[in-house]
Design a protein around this ligand. Structure first.
Ligand code: 3PG
Ligand code: MG
Length: 439
């Protein structure tokens, strides 16, 4: 795949003049949990773009979001060490043998950082003079303007733009329409980075899949995945469900009740059950693990249940995983074994306590040596790595595997049937029009 296969309207980093320019790069380095880098995959994936910028004479200012700091009800922004970019900065410094500076701005206890003040100019001077390797801004979601709706939004966009000459978006995983992904493109010449391009190209495997196409969709919430799920259903030859999504489906199909599954979601799932009564695309995993508690794996409080024993009206505890033998069931092995494209957006169980389902899923998929395998989502990758480290390492170097750095983004793109309607990507295309006007 080459960049020629990208929509020609998308402005590319290859075409930007970076020499002696300060380049503001939005990355998705949202890999910090409680102050520790959990999995550097998303940082490593951006290193090529960073090298390219510096090689071409650009000077780096990086920014990412970490976690979700805005309380949507109260409007308060929580600034704490837990969501600091510091661990990412230290990781990058170790990897690149250079120094990154993170400017410190006054923090309002309720509203976060209200202003990019002029103290940053000293750092930018050092950056231009090559006294430091880069500036890494504080967590974008610490800034009051990032998700604001009023004039604070525009102010933040203008202040950010004031720091740099060029904007590069390499944050494929950050599909949310915030200032650092959208509004900034109105004020600076803006381009897609190399990681962004690579991810868009690989989306083609799921948007125009080689068939048979099998998708595995799981996750903790039904309501936010229902849109993409229906769209995926149309696209796939076979669909395997896991997590709360599967529990909801089982409730709707068998008339049972499972703890943690809402009536509203069950009703929404009935449409899928009806559709599937005809199309028969959903492959049932026949054995699930029921637990009485969410507090972990408590001896005597969990057991296996077979779907064929379900009777309408029965009540169950939490279904927290699928049993490994589900993947030995005839229909399941056949479908996975004969697929040409497999897309996994899923962690089957409640990890770290119930993980056997996910582990077996990864191994079963790996046995299909022909299929293009695509994994999406930070949690999915993290689990893959924890459960099967050897397999994960081998898969990293295997051209038949591709790991997206954003699971939500992939689902959104599938829902919209194209990557070019994703808001940050659309914003780059819009900005290209003004670039042409300027040029
Ligand atoms: C992720 O980790 O899923 C991405 O960084 C997106 O994060 P968000 O859903 O908080 O925008
Ligand atoms: Mg996520």
């Amino acid at each position: 795949m080459t960049s020629q296969e990208l929509d020609p309207r998308l402005p590319l980093i290859q075409d930007a003049d970076l020499h002696d320019k300060v380049v503001l790069v939005r990355v998705d380095h949202n890999v910090v949990k409680e102050g520790v880098v959990t999995d550097p995959y998303r940082i490593d994936a951006t290193l090529g773009t960073l090298y390219n910028i510096v090689e071409r004479g650009g000077r780096l200012i990086l920014m990412t979001h970490v976690g979700r700091t805005l309380d949507k009800k109260t409007g308060q922004i929580k600034v704490s060490d837990d969501t600091s970019v510091q661990p990412v900065v230290e990781y990058l410094e170790r990897k690149l043998f250079t120094k990154f500076v993170t400017p410190v701005f006054p923090v309002d206890p309720e509203r976060g950082i209200r202003e990019i003040d002029t103290s940053i100019n000293w750092h930018i001077r050092d950056l231009r003079a090559h006294r430091i390797g880069g500036v890494y801004l504080p967590n974008t979601r610490w800034f009051e303007g990032e998700e604001a709706k009023d004039e604070k939004r525009e102010r933040f966009a203008v202040q950010l733009a004031g720091l740099a000459d060029i904007f590069i978006n390499d944050a494929f995983g950050s599909w949310q329409p915030h200032v650092s992904t959208i509004d900034i493109t109105k004020h600076l010449p803006s381009f897609a980075g190399f990681l962004m391009q690579k991810e868009i190209l690989n989306l083609r495997h799921v948007l125009e899949p080689e068939r048979p196409f099998v998708a595995v969709v799981a996750g903790a919430k039904y309501d936010t995945k229902i849109g993409p799920l229906n769209q995926i259903y149309q696209k796939v030859d076979h669909l395997i469900l896991g997590g709360v999504i599967y529990n909801t489906f089982l409730c709707a199909k068998y008339g049972i009740r499972v703890k943690g599954v809402s009536e509203a979601d069950i009703n929404a799932a009935k449409i899928l059950v009806e559709q599937d009564a005809k199309a028969a695309k959903i492959i049932e995993l026949p054995v699930v693990v029921e637990s009485e508690t969410l507090d972990g794996r408590v001896e005597g409080k969990y057991r296996k249940r077979k779907t064929r024993d379900f009777r309408a009206g029965e009540q169950y505890g939490f279904f927290l995983d699928v049993a490994p033998e589900s993947f030995d069931a005839k229909g399941v092995t056949e479908v996975i074994g004969s697929a040409k494209t497999i897309f996994v957006n899923a962690v089957m169980g409640l990890t770290p306590h119930f993980y056997e389902g996910s582990e077996k899923l990864d191994r079963t998929i790996d046995r299909n040596r022909k299929a293009q395998k695509l994994y999406g989502g930070g949690d999915t990758l993290q689990e893959f790595k924890n459960l099967s480290p050897g397999l994960y390492l081998a898969a990293m170097d295997n051209a038949l595997y591709y790991f997206f750095t954003g699971g939500g983004t992939v689902l959104k793109a599938i829902e919209e049937e194209t990557p070019y309607e994703l808001k940050p990507i659309k914003a780059l295309i819009e900005n290209a029009k003004t670039l042409k006007l300027r040029g």
